[in-house]
Design a protein around this ligand. Structure first.
Ligand SMILES: *Cc1c(COP(=O)(O)O)cnc(C)c1O
Length: 397
């Protein structure tokens, strides 16, 4: 059937949420994307942290194709090798002893919250409450939405799941006061992502770990955005010298396909009696294959190291650029997770950058967030800095 409307007209006619940038993607290679009009973009939005290896990495494409040609889906009543291997691999790389696979970040967090409540229930303890951070982001299903510390995201969705208290991120006294005999767990991001790439004060996580132990509750770290090499270590909490009880992953862990993971201990995984918690699509074979290929390539191509060196360089160059520009409040981050906080709205800088061929994401109203692929090059970093330098001229103070 002929259709004489443009793709953007068709999007605004029938998509429930046609809120994207006015770009219709054609294809991607590495750090670059091309739209259907043939325009080329340097993609430092990284699919909001999903595309650890950029676009169409041949190793990931081969893994996906090979798995899709064997079978795409089994559901969780059968074992498959990719699921088993991915659980093994995530445990090797972390504190973890057992892993549950879901399809997204919000589902991984739902599972983590359920594990915490159910663990105490199984031990005859009345612990059903959670402490989370103000401005945190944990997802948009009702449990993870209640954990999310941003009232704007709650609007019109009440009543929220009860039992959540929010305290200022980085404030230990507030956290201690919020912990009580009914607290099941504290849930925190190692770096606030959605709220603007907020790095916690040194020693914060060690003290949080201590407070959780004293209070007898669990510590859940939400590494959905920070995990899988983003900050230059496999998992960002590994900078803090602590081990959580539960770690949630998604975004990059599926190599571009939908996958979430809950990494936990033998003890906590005891809740998983038959029928207690499950997912039809969770640990999908094609997603596991893409995820395993991604982990393998990060290791083979030494991309944690690259994330650290390119990240430091990018941070330093952006700070140079920011000097003498009163519109920039702060440039901060770790590895290849970087935020540029502006005095005014960041949207104008984002669209100016896009017009010059650079894609970035926003975090909140006034932070430009960069999440380039972990295999980005010095040349690409320099190009991004050059474009951002020009785009910052469009910042409204
Ligand atoms: C993106 C994100 C989520 C939600 O993940 P979805 O896959 O969109 O459900 C949860 N926590 C953090 C820290 C995130 O960045």
């Amino acid at each position: 059937m002929a259709n004489d409307k443009t793709w953007l007209e068709r999007a605004s006619a029938h998509m429930a949420a046609p809120n994207a940038a006015p770009i219709v993607v054609d294809y991607g290679r590495g750090s670059y994307l091309w739209d259907i009009e043939g325009r080329k973009y340097l993609d430092f939005s990284g699919g909001i942290g999903v595309n650890a290896l950029g676009h169409a990495h041949p190793g990931v494409v081969a893994a996906i194709s090979a798995q899709a040609a064997r079978y795409c889906h089994t559901a969780n009543h059968l074992y498959h090798r990719g699921y088993i291997e991915l659980c093994e691999r995530l445990c090797e790389l972390s504190f973890g002893e057992r892993v549950f696979l879901a399809n997204s970040g919000t589902e991984a967090n739902e599972a983590a919250l359920k594990i915490a409540r159910r663990h105490f229930f199984d031990h005859g303890e009345q612990r059903t409450e959670f402490v989370a951070a103000k401005k945190s982001f944990h997802g948009r299903t009702l449990g993870s939405l209640a954990a999310t510390g941003q009232p704007a995201y709650w609007e019109g969705f009440g009543p929220l799941v009860p039992g959540f208290t929010h305290v200022a991120y980085g404030d230990l006294d507030a956290l201690s006061q919020a912990l009580g005999p009914a607290t099941a767990a504290v849930i925190l991001e190692p770096i606030l992502g959605n709220a603007g790439v907020v790095v916690p004060p040194p020693g914060y996580f060690q003290a949080v770990r201590q407070r959780c132990d004293q209070a007898g509750c669990l510590l859940i770290v939400d590494e959905v955005q920070t995990g899988v090499g983003r900050t230059g270590k496999w998992f960002a909490h590994q900078y803090e010298g602590i081990e959580p009880d539960i770690m949630t992953l998604a975004k990059a862990v599926g190599g571009g396909l939908p996958l979430g993971a809950v990494v936990t201990t033998d003890t906590l995984a005891q809740i998983f009696k038959p029928g207690v918690h499950a997912s039809t699509f969770g640990g999908n074979p094609v997603a596991c294959a893409a995820g395993l290929a991604t982990l393998r390539i990060i290791e083979e191509e030494r991309l944690l190291e690259n994330a650290r060196t390119q990240g430091e360089h990018l941070l330093g160059r952006l700070r140079e650029t920011a000097r003498g520009r009163p519109c920039v409040q702060e440039v901060r981050g770790r590895g290849l997770m970087i935020g540029i906080e502006l005095a005014g709205e960041a949207k104008s800088v984002q669209s100016a950058a896009r017009n010059k061929g650079l894609l970035v994401t926003l975090a909140g109203k006034n932070v430009v967030r960069l999440l380039p692929p972990l295999n980005t090059s010095r040349e690409e970093v320099e190009m991004a800095v050059k474009i951002l330098d020009q785009a910052l001229a469009f910042s409204q103070p």
